[in-house]
Design a protein around this ligand. Structure first.
Ligand SMILES: [Fe+2]
Ligand SMILES: [Fe+2]
Length: 208
């Protein structure tokens, strides 16, 4: 059973994820690289891509939070907490870069956060094997999606590239961790549904 105290703590976490600046221990990747000259169109494109990545990290916070609420095994919980912390750093990095470029984060973040929290809690309730399988698949899809964004960033924007590269390598590690802890491969229709929902997120958040 989830206690009222726990619910209040989780609600507070949600508010902080959505409305307070995220902390980071690692330095912003690429902060030592020079600022590139970007045209108005290039700046707009980069901010839009970063806004999608930022929303993805908001979803990651909610997913990990939901899973931690229901995960059973202490080892699994500890592994999820470490990955969740790195997702918080990703949140910080993407938000920082969006601000540097004079952009804004998505108005739809609360909506995607709520949906992801429910999905995370559901995956957690199905047991660690499926919970971790779902996590590994999510991380793999995020990795592919970051790869796609790396190809769409303006060639000269090394700062944004450094952030996405570091995130991508973290996501690969998160997926491996989930599999090492016993994540099961997901059925194909479920993978397809996950792809579809992430497509809806990326298409809407790019603009809104
Ligand atoms: Fe991430
Ligand atoms: Fe991740």
């Amino acid at each position: 059973m989830i206690s009222l105290d726990k619910l209040i703590v989780e609600f507070d976490k949600g508010l902080r994820t959505l409305f307070a600046p995220a902390p980071t221990l690692r330095a912003l990747p690429g902060s030592d690289l020079p600022d590139a000259e970007l045209s108005a169109e290039e700046k707009h494109r980069t901010v839009s891509l970063m806004r999608v990545d930022h929303c993805g990290e908001i979803c990651a916070q909610a997913l990990y939070q939901g899973q931690a609420l229901t995960a059973r095994n202490a080892d699994v919980k500890a592994a999820l907490e470490q990955a969740a912390w790195e997702e918080t750093e990703h949140l910080n990095w993407t938000e920082t870069r969006i601000k540097e470029l004079g952009g804004r984060t998505s108005f739809l973040n609360p909506l995607w956060y709520t949906g992801s929290l429910a999905i995370g809690a559901l995956a957690g309730a199905l047991g660690d094997k499926w919970n971790l399988g779902f996590l590994a698949e999510t991380e793999r899809q995020v990795e592919q999606h970051l790869e796609n964004h790396l190809g769409r960033l303006p060639q000269q924007d090394e700062k944004s590239r450094a952030i996405l590269e570091q995130m991508k390598s973290d996501e690969v590690r998160h997926a491996d961790t989930a599999l090492q802890h016993g994540g099961a491969p997901l059925p194909l229709p479920l993978k397809g549904m996950m792809r579809l929902s992430s497509k809806i997120m990326t298409k809407t958040v790019y603009w809104i």
